[in-house]
Structures are given as C-alpha cells and as structure tokens.
Design a binder for this molecule. Structure first.
Ligand SMILES: [Cu+2]
Length: 156
C-alpha cells in the first residue's frame, strides 16, 4: 500500500513529466518557425509582428516561436483556440515550442504588444465555417482589431 507521502511524490513526478512534455514531443516532428519581431522583415513600416502571422499546419505539427527581437512572447487568446486544446503562454525573450494536436484555429498574441497589433493565426488541419466565423467575431482592442480583420479576410 502506498503511504500518503509516496502518493504525493508520484503525483509530483507525473505533473513535472507533463510540464516538460511539450518541447521534447517535437523532436523529429514537423516544426514551423514563427519569428517575433520589432519590425517586419517584409515591410519595415509594420512594427511588433509575428512573421509569418498566419500559418496552416497539420494536426500534431509543432510551432517554434523565435525571440529574434527582444521583449516578445506568445500566448493563446481567450475564446480563440479549440475547446479541447490547452492554452499556453510563453516567457518573454525565450524560444518556445508547442505541439498542436487539436484541429482548429488558434489566435495568438504577444502579451506586451497585443494592443499594438502583435497577433497571429495558426490553422491546424481543417477549420469549419462555424468555428471560423466564431473566431472572427471575437472582439479586439487597439491595432489587434485591424490585424485580425486582415488575417481573417485572407482566410475567407
Ligand atoms: Cu511583442
């Protein structure tokens, strides 16, 4: 029989193995790189940007966010990722890899620069008309509004 102490230790081991699972899950898996930039390489007039800011990937692929410029991170936006998927939030200035297994559309923001329009869309597998229009209806503030309008208009 397990003592209470053993059960707690087991629980901790279980949890910590989950916490590191994301990065190691991506070894040998198709990985798509997204740069986090102060200035767009394609158009220097565009500041604070994920590049590319839209990618379509297969379920189970990984996305690697690269801190090419300083001061950025990547975080899922509320109501803009599939219900069965896990939200995530990376640390500022750190490279971050995440495996996206649940099909659907993921809205991503840089936490410090959301208002400045630093947002991205990741499409995983097929996205239904319904979930596309639901995601497009989410309200945004500042420049995020215009950037999402552009991103969604390219999808429709
Ligand atoms: Cu940023």
């Amino acid at each position: 029989m397990l003592t209470r102490f053993c059960k707690i230790v087991l629980a901790l081991m279980f949890c910590s193995s989950f916490a590191v699972a994301e990065a190691s899950d991506c070894q040998g898996v198709m990985t798509h790189e997204v740069q986090m930039l102060n200035k767009s390489a394609a158009d220097p007039k565009i500041k604070m940007v994920f590049e590319p800011s839209y990618i379509a990937i297969a379920p189970g692929d990984c996305v690697k966010f690269l801190p090419t410029s300083k001061g950025h991170n990547a975080e899922t936006i509320k109501k803009m990722y599939p219900k069965a998927a896990k939200k995530f939030k990376s640390k500022v200035n750190k490279e971050f890899v995440v495996r996206l297994e649940v099909e659907g559309l993921y809205g991503i923001k840089c936490t410090p620069h959301y208002q400045m329009g630093m947002v991205a869309l990741i499409q995983v597998g097929e996205v239904s008309e319904e979930s596309l229009s639901k995601s497009a209806k989410v309200k945004h503030r500042g420049k995020a509004k215009d950037r999402f309008k552009m991103l969604f208009s390219a999808l429709e």
